[in-house]
Structure formats: structure tokens, C-alpha cells
Design a protein around this ligand. Structure first.
Ligand code: AMP
Length: 116
């Protein structure tokens, strides 16, 4: 897939607007357009990776950093104390609608289980 046809690549590249809350050389985080909780942030790698299913051993450090950035945002957004949920949907049955790896950071309300 070309970067120009992936909406999250375009957000990472600054070609599409987003309400950014973090960026570094590998990772960008921004508010979800359609929030499902009072805090709903997406944490993405700049590199186009379709989903967690595509990660390899070479991506171990990046995968770890995605979790660390999400945890840092949970603290800076004030939801860490109450608790929060990290979700990554994979493929059709996983409910993934954007084929670029992303962690959903959800918090600010109690979450139900099991997820729908
Ligand atoms: P998923 O269904 O797990 O692939 O999640 C994709 C998420 O991306 C959904 O929660 C959408 O609301 C969100 N989304 C789609 N387009 C944008 C956008 N341009 N800016 C911010 N969030 C978006």
C-alpha cells in the first residue's frame, strides 16, 4: 500500500489533520475522531505496518515502545490511576477498520467485559 492511500500514514506525515498528543521519530498519537470513551487516543507507528499480525521479532523494540508511549499518555491524560484499556484490533473478525497498526487507549469510564 502506498503511504498516500493510508489515512494513518497521512496523519503521521502531517498530510491529514489530527489532534496530536505525542510524536517522536517512530510513533505518533492522536485523538480518535469518533471517541468511544472520555479519553480515546490512537497510538501508531510511523512505519506502515498493517496490524499486530504483521509484527516480527525485528519489531520487538517498536512494539514495546508503542506500549510505553500509551502508558505515558495514560498518565499524562490523567486516566492511569482509575485504570484504562489498551486494544489493538486485528483483521475482519477483530473489527479492524483501518489497516495500519494502532493501539486504542481508552479511559475515563469503567469498561465492560467481554467486549462486543
Ligand atoms: P479500528 O476499527 O480498530 O481499525 O480503529 C480505527 C479507528 O480509527 C476508529 O476508532 C476510528 O474512529 C478512527 N479514525 C478513523 N479515521 C480517523 C481520523 N482521520 N482521525 C482520527 N481517528 C480516526
Amino acid at each position: 500500500m502506498q503511504r498516500s492511500s493510508c489515512i494513518f500514514c497521512r496523519i503521521a506525515d502531517g498530510d491529514l489533520p489530527a489532534n496530536r498528543v505525542h510524536e517522536d521519530d517512530e510513533i505518533v498519537a492522536f485523538h480518535d475522531l469518533s471517541p468511544q470513551a472520555p479519553t480515546h487516543i490512537l497510538v501508531i507507528p510511523r512505519r506502515h505496518i498493517v496490524s499486530a499480525e504483521e509484527l516480527t521479532g525485528d519489531d520487538a523494540a517498536l512494539a514495546g515502545r508503542l506500549l510505553l508511549v500509551a502508558g505515558g499518555l495514560a498518565r499524562s491524560e490523567g486516566i492511569a490511576e482509575g485504570g484504562y484499556r489498551l486494544v489493538t484490533n486485528v483483521g475482519t473478525d477483530g473489527g479492524q477498520s483501518v489497516p495500519h497498526l494502532h493501539l486504542h487507549l481508552l479511559g475515563g469510564r469503567a469498561m465492560g467485559w467481554p467486549p462486543g
